[in-house]
Design a protein around this ligand. Sequence first.
Ligand code: GDP
Ligand code: ZN
Length: 292
Amino acid sequence: MVEKMTGRIIRSISGFYDVQTPKALVTCRARGILRKEGNSPLTGDMVEITVERGKGMVERILPRKNSFVRPAVANVDALVVFAANVNPVTEPFLIDRVAAIAGDQEVQVILCVNKCDLDPAVDLVRIYEHAGFTVICTSAETGEGVQQLLDQIKGKLVAFTGNSGVGKSSILNKLCPELALPTGEVSEKLGRGRHTTRHVELYDLGEDTYVADTPGFSLLEMPELSPENFKELYFEYNDYEQECRFNGCNHINEPDCAVKQAVEEGLLSRQRYERYVELYNEVVDKWRRRYD
Ligand code: GDP
Ligand code: ZN
C-alpha cells in the first residue's frame, strides 16, 4: 500500500531528507526527476511524499515562498539577527547586511539584542527601533525577553543568525531546553562538531515553529539588490525624502539632501548613515557590473 502525506523537510543529509509530517518523521529519498529538473529539495521545503513498505519518497515540492543558497534553506518567514554590545560586540554592519539580505527576499527581520543583563545596548536598540525593526532585548542568563521572542516567532520558520558567541545557542536552549545545545567557546563547539558541516537543520519548537541555526547568513555578501530597492529598506529615511531637493535623491552626494541634513542635526544616526553610504556603493557597484 502506498501512503501519501505532506510535510516539511527539517534536515537533509547526503541525499536523504527527514520530512516532518503531522504523524511522523519520515526519512525520504527524492525522485530522480526533481534533480534532473534542477529542482532539488531544500531544508524548509513543504513536500508531498509517498511511503511504501516503510520507504519514503519526495514526490513533489510545493511552491516556495523564498529560498536562500547559502545557507540552503527555503520558506523562511523571518530572520532573527542576534546582536550584543558586550563580549563579543556585534559589528552593526552585520545587522544592516542581514537586513538587506532579508529585504531582498521580503523576509521580516527581528533584532534580538542579547546579553542585556550585561549591557542593555540602548543605542543599538534606539537606532533599530527607529529604523522600523522589531527589537527584542533578551538575556539567556535571566530569561528576560525570551517569552517575547517566542511570541514573535510562533508558527513561523525563522533563521537565527549573528556573530559567534552572541548567545544564539543559549537562547535556543531557553526556548527549548530539550535541545541541550552546547554553548560556550567557539573552538569548543567546533570540537563538538557543530557547524562543521554545511547542512542546515531545523529545530522543531512545536506549534509549527521551526528555527534554523545558520550563522552563515552573516558571511554572505550583499545580494544583487537594485539601488532603488536597497534604499527602500531604510524606512526611517522615507520621512525625510520628500524634503530632498531632487526627486529620487540617493542621499549620497546630492545637494540639499534632507536625510544628510537630519544626520547633521542628530535626528538620524550618523553611524547607520555611514554604513548606508558604504553598502549603497557596494550595491551600485554590483548592479553596474551585472547590467552595464
Ligand atoms: P552562539 O555562538 O551565538 O551560539 O553563543 P552561545 O550561546 O554559545 O553563547 C556564548 C557565551 O555567551 C556562553 O558562554 C554563554 O553562556 C554566554 N551567554 C549567552 N547568552 C548570554 C546572556 O544573555 N547573558 C550572559 N551574561 N551570557 C550569555
Ligand atoms: Zn536625499
